[in-house]
Design a binder for this molecule. Structure first.
Ligand code: F6P
Length: 352
């Protein structure tokens, strides 16, 4: 009988809901279908460097036979974000070799996958990537693990803020994550009934925002408003200064609206922060996690390497990792159907 394959799995970059559901899918399929051994690497490349390994078994996290991994946020393996990983490439590659792994599946955003695929080339690893990020800015894939849950979390926050804003006739500015891309702001803003959505990809004018809010009030007697601001937006078109203020873009937009509005406005700011990264994964994120995990294991079994699984039209499609990395981070197309939908619904989404 052949010795079973030793498959490593790690999570890298910022956490998000659904990572544990991917780990569960990989362990289940690798064990049940292929009879392989699966090992978790704690804290991504740090675990490789330190030669650390955690055997993962089906239902190893049992509580009366319940497997909590499908519904648990965060990552049981721990993760690291940032640092100059490639400077430690030799140690990491030596660690991988010492752990005697036959293949590695990594769940990461575009930055992590780029670095890991470089390490995989140098170390001659069999390597498969699975995209995750609440920002949804990994190119080629329509969805990354974690995005749907974050959209739902923000939508829920917007629902809550709407009622308090309406009760006090306030303008509620809500800053959401999205360092380079506005997918979160756009999806949740539409779903949560926002009046203004500001994205890093589309220039905007504070003057136009104030005119829009005045129109809501004068024409539709709407005395409150919800303004969704992606954290990565740039200063407004009319500002001579291109530097981002230290206070954060949500706070900045709130003060600009206060100064520019033709009416006295009562503005409040909510920065949702890391609440967006927590929580129980939605059914869609669990489904994507299961499909990505299953396909990643099949790709290893088929001897493939340096591929990433992507979600295209409801199906999982494997593509070369360089193709994805070259086009990432992938932002909102300013003329996309979703931007047009927002505009059709009377939402200000920046300059046309
Ligand atoms: O990449 C996802 C993201 O959530 C960004 O939108 C945000 O800027 C960043 O992570 C924050 O990450 P951390 O605080 O963990 O470094």
């Amino acid at each position: 009988m052949n010795t079973p394959k030793r498959l490593g799995i790690l999570t890298s970059g910022g956490d998000c809901p659904g990572l544990n559901a991917v780990i569960r899918a990989v362990v289940s399929h690798a064990t049940l279908t292929y009879n392989w051994e699966v090992f978790g690497i704690p804290y991504a490349t740090q675990g490789l460097r330190e030669r650390q390994i955690i055997p993962l078994r089906m239902h190893s996290f049992d509580l009366r036979g319940i497997d909590p991994l499908v519904s648990m946020g965060g990552t049981i393996l721990g993760t690291v974000n940032g640092g100059n990983t490639l400077a430690q490439a030799e140690d990491i590659i030596a660690g991988y070799r010492a752990l005697n792994l036959d293949a590695l599946i990594a769940i990461g955003g575009d930055g992590s996958l780029r670095i890991l695929s470089e390490l995989a080339m140098r170390g001659n690893w069999q390597f498969i990537g699975i995209p995750k990020t609440i920002d949804n800015d990994v190119a080629v894939t329509e969805r990354s693990v974690g995005f749907d849950t974050a959209v739902n979390t923000i939508t829920d926050a917007l629902n809550r803020l709407t009622f308090t804003a309406a009760s006090h006739d306030r303008v509620m500015v809500v800053e959401v994550m999205g360092r380079d891309a506005g997918h979160l702001a756009l999806h949740a803003g539409i779903a949560g009934g926002a009046d203004v959505i500001l994205l890093p990809e589309i220039p905007y004018s504070v003057q136009e925002i104030c005119e829009h809010l005045a129109e809501l009030r004068d024409r539709w007697q709407r005395r409150f408003a919800i303004v969704v601001v992606a954290e990565g937006i740039h200063p407004p078109a009319e500002s001579p200064c291109r530097e981002k203020p230290a206070c954060g873009m949500g706070q900045f937009i709130a003060s600009q609206i206060g100064e520019c509005s033709p009416y006295p406005v009562d503005v409040r700011v909510s920065v949702l922060g890391h609440i967006q990264r927590g929580g129980i994964p939605t059914a869609l994120d669990r489904l994507i996690a299961a499909a990505f995990g299953k396909t990643a294991v099949d790709l290893v079994a088929a001897g493939k390497s340096n591929q990433i699984v992507t979600w295209q039209c409801g199906e999982v499609v494997a593509v070369p990792i360089e193709q994805v990395c070259e086009q990432s981070p992938h932002g909102v197309e300013p003329d996309s159907p979703l931007v047009q939908t927002a505009r059709a619904l009377g939402i200000y989404v920046g300059k046309k």
